[in-house]
Design a protein around this ligand. Structure first.
Ligand code: NAP
Length: 305
């Protein structure tokens, strides 16, 4: 029987591991397919306190892992495929076939950015196609960018990107945004932004240096056109990795876990990081909520005793 099982080894998971390991709880961390979480997909992180020169996302999370290992955290690669509540513990079935029993569970499985699913998008991932303006915007000083999406994230990312780019065009598949009015107002007031309505991207265009444009299709007339750009940012939503908890844990309509101070509706089950965060989604907030989840798990175990 484990004291603490942590699912996910992004920055929230490794922070939870550092804290529970330092509380002598001997945690085990299972990492899924996205080793290191979304930070592992980014380049330079400039806003994590303590790194005035910036730090590469993968390095930040790897250093967190080493720190957690230093205090005795165990890291294993295996994916939880089934979750069950038993009287006084939880039971996980792993993809390897292994069965894991634990008194507490910390879910830090994150949320994966939604991608369009185009072959050409795959080819230019990290070479002009990005899902994170805060991570990659800096590289587009004086350039032209398109942002795909019509929600709050698209407005936020487009506005943010105007700090660097000369022009940011939002490409949306309908003729109205679903974003909140206040976010739209900010977007329309910004002199560097523009919008292309009723367009969907059908191909990312590029050369050996990276993205040079996009082929768009009009969703009403089906007419195909081309637009020049140096980067394409996708803001078409995230998919929280909560599938195995459906029917067990409270979630919102988008599948994000509903938590109160990282506590879920089940005693002993806590969540931190993007899997329960619909508004901040930053490395530092993920680390912070990973720490909170660890402290709540420790308190819960103390109560059990
Ligand atoms: P979202 O609200 O689900 O919006 C996703 C957008 O992407 C929609 O406009 C959707 O188009 C479009 N889209 C989805 N799949 C697409 C596809 N395959 N091709 C082209 N377009 C596609 O997601 P979000 O903007 O990430 O927001 C998620 C949640 O976080 C929301 O509750 C939002 O309010 C919140 N949020 C809040 C803030 C803030 O308040 N500061 C900032 C960011 C996010 P349709 O409209 O046609 O469906």
């Amino acid at each position: 029987m484990e004291n603490v099982v942590i699912l996910g080894n992004g920055i929230a998971g490794v922070t939870a591991a550092i804290y529970t390991a330092r509380a002598n709880l001997n945690p085990v961390v299972y990492s899924g397919p996205e080793h290191g979480g979304q930070l592992s997909l980014t380049t330079e992180v400039e806003n994590f306190p303590g790194f005035p020169e910036g730090i590469q996302g993968p390095e930040l999370v790897e250093r967190g892992r080493k720190q957690a290992e230093r205090f005795g955290s165990r890291f294993e690669t295996d994916i939880a495929v089934e979750f069950k509540k038993h009287d006084d513990h939880y039971h996980l079935k792993m993809s390897s076939g292994k069965e894991v029993k634990t008194k507490t569970l910390i879910i830090t499985t994150g949320a994966s950015a939604r991608w369009l699913g185009l072959e050409s998008e795959e080819k230019f991932k990290g070479r002009g196609v990005s899902t994170c303006a805060t991570c990659d915007g800096y590289f587009y000083r004086g350039k032209e960018i398109i942002v795909i999406g019509g929600g709050d994230s698209a407005m936020e990312e487009a506005n943010f990107l105007t700090k660097f780019a000369d022009k940011v065009t939002v490409v949306h598949r309908r003729d109205e945004f679903r974003a909140s009015k206040i976010m739209q107002d900010k977007f329309f007031k910004n002199e560097k932004t523009d919008v292309l309505w009723n367009k969907k991207i059908v191909e990312v265009l590029g050369d050996d240096k990276g993205v040079i444009g996009a082929k768009l299709e009009d969703t009403k007339t089906k007419e195909v056109s081309e637009v020049k750009c140096d980067g394409i940012f996708l803001a078409i939503g995230h998919i929280p990795n909560t599938k195995i908890f459906k029917g067990h844990l409270d979630m919102d309509d988008n599948g994000y876990l509903i938590t109160k101070n990282t506590k879920t509706n089940l005693p002993g089950v806590f969540a931190g990081g993007d899997v329960q965060d619909t508004s901040y989604r930053q490395a530092i907030t993920a680390a912070g909520s990973g720490c909170m989840a660890a402290m709540e798990a420790e308190r819960y175990l103390n109560h059990l005793e």
